[in-house]
Design a protein around this ligand. Structure first.
Ligand SMILES: *Cc1c(COP(=O)(O)O)cnc(C)c1O
Length: 397
């Protein structure tokens, strides 16, 4: 194998070399604890707070204190769900999440459901969108929190957050969004979106793994999820990850500077792959292709009559890294909960393939992927009784 073609940027990204360079001093000479009062500590504190100000500005936050640094998207989601629902000692109430959230939202929602709260899942429609009227219908007198992700990590659809937030607020509830796939990648402004809380992950935007942030609108009460030394204004204890914050801020600045050129390039590469795959394979479709509001870097295919895992392994043998859904559900043979939520039949959901592109993807990579995928699918289909059946039904009907 002499070639690696990485097409799984929605799972993680490599650290940008400029990000790494910005972080390096904080592993060596600038190693102080940001809580220490002597010069070395003050230096770390200054760098950390400077990173917070830059991150806050790049999401349109009004005050730097609205940004809480965390260990990543998962911690931010857990903190938001549990911390907002149980704020002020609340022990019961109604929480709404969408059915195609990341597990970092679904799992704490399930936990709330076992600990005094009632949880409703709102389903997206087949277009991959949560429709405002469906959220409206799920609202109750006692709804305290609504959480709907911004950009879906498997199918790439972008939710109408502003309209959803308005409905949540009209019903007296808070609005949280998991924005791990959107901050830096599309226009993002917490005030335009009207949200109260949002989760971010550094490693989806060429920053380090194990770092992220939670936006929390000023005045919003939250129960701390990590307790201890009282860092982050008592909202997230633990010694500050200064290198992580510096890296995340730098990564976000680069995203912001590059977005206008990067996003159309990614969309063009994505469309090149989509045209190649759909043009050369029958009984194949792009999920939610009718939806205009979508992330530029994600394409999710249903290739009927083949197992996504089998395609993945054969592509891996050619040096190509793709995914069948989210990285978290791979390893299990359960079909993706996202595809089931948008109404994809179970038997076809097994044939999903997610391609996600990024900063270092080239036209050559896109073409290599398509050229390798076609014969793999044809070979797998030629051995598949399921495909023979699907094709017979298709020809008959
Ligand atoms: C990656 C991701 C997460 C998890 O973030 P981590 O930093 O890996 O914990 C949560 N939500 C979405 C939509 C993601 O893409």
């Amino acid at each position: 194998m002499d070639r690696t073609v990485y097409l799984d940027y929605a799972a993680t990204t490599p650290v940008d070399e400029n990000v790494l360079e910005a972080m390096m001093p904080f592993f060596s000479e600038r190693y102080g604890n940001a809580n220490s009062l002597y010069a070395l500590g003050r230096d770390a504190y200054t760098a950390f707070e400077d990173a917070r100000e830059r991150v806050a500005a790049l999401m349109g936050a009004t005050h730097p204190g609205e940004v809480i640094f965390t260990s990543g998207g998962t911690e931010s989601d857990n903190t938001a769900l549990i911390g907002l629902a149980t704020a002020g000692g609340r022990i019961k109430g109604h929480v709404i999440v969408s059915a195609f959230e990341h597990h970092a939202v679904l799992a704490p929602a399930e936990w709330l459901g076992k600990h005094g709260f009632t949880v409703t899942e709102v389903s997206p429609r087949t277009d991959g969108l949560i429709h405002p009227e469906d959220l409206q219908a799920a609202m109750r007198e006692d709804t305290v929190l609504v959480s709907v992700m911004h950009g879906n990590n498997e199918i790439g659809t972008i939710q109408p957050l502003r309209a959803l937030a308005d409905i949540a607020h009209a019903g007296g509830a808070l609005m949280h969004t998991d924005a791990a796939q959107t901050l830096g990648k599309i226009d993002f402004d917490v005030n335009d979106l009207g949200i109260d809380a949002a989760s971010f992950s550094s490693h989806k935007i060429y920053g380090p793994k194990g770092f992220g942030a939670l936006y929390l609108r000023k005045g919003t009460r939250i129960a701390p999820y990590m307790m201890g030394g009282g860092q982050e204004s008592k909202r997230r204890s633990g010694t500050q990850n200064v290198a992580g914050a510096v890296g995340f801020a730098r990564a976000l600045e680069i995203m912001d500077a590059e977005r206008a050129t990067e996003a159309p390039l990614l969309a063009a590469l994505r469309d090149r792959i989509v045209e190649g795959v759909l043009g050369r394979l029958e009984l194949t479709s792009l999920n939610c292709c009718e939806t205009k509001a979508r992330l530029p870097h994600i394409a999710n295919f249903i290739i009927k009559g083949v197992e996504g895992e089998a395609m993945l392994l054969h592509l891996d043998a050619k040096g190509i890294a793709v995914s069948t859904g989210s990285a978290c559900s791979s390893g299990s043979l359960k079909p993706s909960h996202v595809l089931l939520a948008i109404g994809c039949p179970q038997e076809f959901a097994h044939g999903s393939l997610r391609v996600s592109l990024g900063r270092y993807t080239t036209e050559k990579d896109a073409d290599y992927f398509v050229d390798e995928l076609i014969p793999i699918v044809e070979r797998l289909r030629s051995m598949s009784p399921l495909y023979a059946k699907i094709k017979a039904e298709h020809s008959a009907g």
